[in-house]
Design a protein around this ligand. Structure first.
Ligand code: PMP
Length: 434
């Protein structure tokens, strides 16, 4: 790519820092893990984004997952315009909310009732409150390296010990709150069985990213999700699949369709809002009927079910129903994976690739990555060099090893070829620098 440098981004970043903590409204955007200046983005179209200096990038972040159709998709833009012209918010029921709920239910048969909220964090917090109310229990089981938004009791990631008491990952989370969260190794069905055997009668919910996306992509091993299903049924705990990333991403019906395991509650976000703020939770009717105004579990939101968001979501989900949509995405993603793996091999660069459909991670290490400990054993410095090299060559990857590379329907084989060529050059450059 012809790079004009990042002078304007640098200035924008300095200015932002004077008004916004770290210059960003969500921490990873600051490029802390990889160093350098984050390009400030001016616009996006299809698979490409352009920064304020005029540099163009092939974008594999896609707003961290929502943009499965790429940027500024014409149908989505039109839907947003139409909805906005009719008024952007009423705080009263609108028909688009029902239409989007029906689309979600159609793709996710396990969701008999769904409630729209404004972020994935809010969806998870609400689902957990509901599970606690439904079971009359307090404890939550999660898995190391899984992220479920920034609610207090989910910002916990215990060490690798079995069923150890939670240790908060963030100051400000009260110790007594963290104590109710148990974090276990991902893909370890035995650890989950031991934990539930010991304290199953106090566990309200087991929550999992059915394909982990927040320690980099880590797929579930055969039997892991099935074991969680059996254990929660046996011990009367609610099984929550956090499909904020995987929903409508790895199949229209998410991980539950792809792996054939049905949770009690599901959380969604990202894609269903078409790039506007959204979250959603839903599941078994008997559990969801606990939510106000039907039941007494309180959860509300001024902008929940926002008409403009609903319109963007509906336009997006409509495109996903086109014949062969996911097959085409799979083909592009598989070809990106194969190209990068071959380029790494060619340069003798050790990488491990995990991919499920259009989400994948290239870990800067060899061997297999099946849990958070494995993911953290990646070479952070080598990843940072890879990231910087790719950025210089016009490829915008997530600025952290512990994130996914997302392929959208807007990526073409030519984009993939350009990306692979860039990767080949970067791998060689890193090898030459020793
Ligand atoms: N759950 C998962 C699996 C996520 O990946 C995220 C965000 N990346 C969240 C919940 C939180 O969603 P939000 O950022 O919309 O609050």
């Amino acid at each position: 790519m012809t790079k004009d440098g990042l002078e304007k981004s640098k200035a924008a970043f300095e200015r932002a820092k004077k008004s916004i903590p770290g210059g960003v409204n969500s921490p990873v955007r600051a490029f802390g893990a990889v160093g350098g200046t984050p390009p400030f983005i001016a616009k996006g179209k299809g698979a490409r984004i352009t920064d304020v200096d005029g540099n163009e990038y092939i974008d594999y972040v896609g707003s961290w997952g929502p943009l499965i159709l790429g940027h500024a998709h014409p149908q989505v833009v039109e839907a947003i315009r139409e909805a906005a012209e009719d008024g952007s918010s009423f705080g009263a029921p609108t028909e688009r909310e029902t239409l989007l709920a029906e689309e979600v239910k159609d793709a996710f048969p396990s969701m008999a009732l769904v409630r729209m909220v404004s972020s994935g964090t809010e969806a998870v917090m609400s689902a957990v409150r509901l599970a606690r109310a439904y079971t009359g229990r307090d404890k939550i089981v999660k898995f190391d390296g899984c992220y479920h938004g920034h609610g207090d009791y989910l910002l916990v990631q215990a060490g690798s010990g079995l069923a150890t008491a939670g240790v908060a990952s963030s100051p400000g989370v009260p110790e007594r709150t963290a104590r109710d969260t148990i974090s276990l190794p991902f893909n370890d069905a035995d650890a989950a069985a031991d934990c539930l055997k010991a304290q199953g009668d106090r566990v309200a919910a087991v929550i999992v990213e059915p394909v982990a996306g927040n320690m980099g992509v880590v797929p579930p091993e055969p039997g892991f999700l099935e074991a969680l299903r059996d254990l929660t049924t046996t011990h009367g705990a609610v099984l929550i699949f956090d499909e904020v990333i995987t929903g409508f991403r790895i199949a229209r019906g998410g991980a539950q369709e792809r792996y054939g395991v049905t949770p009690d509650l599901t959380t969604l976000g990202k894609i269903i809002g078409g790039g506007l703020p959204v979250g959603c939770y839903g599941g078994r009717g008997d559990i969801m009927k606990g939510i106000a105004p039907v039941g007494s579990v309180y959860q509300a939101g001024t902008l929940s079910g926002n008409p403009v968001t609903m319109a963007a979501g509906l336009a997006t989900l409509t495109e996903l129903k086109r014949d062969g949509f996911y097959d085409a995405l799979e083909t592009t993603a598989a070809s990106l994976e194969a190209g990068i793996v071959a380029a790494a091999k060619d340069a003798d660069a050790e990488i491990t690739t995990n991919r499920v459909g259009s989400m994948m991670t290239f870990f800067a290490r060899g061997g297999t990555v099946r849990n958070y400990v494995d993911a953290k054993a990646s070479d952070a410095e080598r990843f940072a060099k890879f990231h910087a090299g790719m950025l210089t060559r016009g490829v915008y990857l997530a600025p952290s090893q512990f994130e996914a590379t997302f392929v959208s329907a807007a990526h073409t084989e030519a984009d993939v070829a350009a990306t692979v060529a860039a990767a080949a050059a970067v791998f060689k450059e890193i090898a030459a620098a020793g």
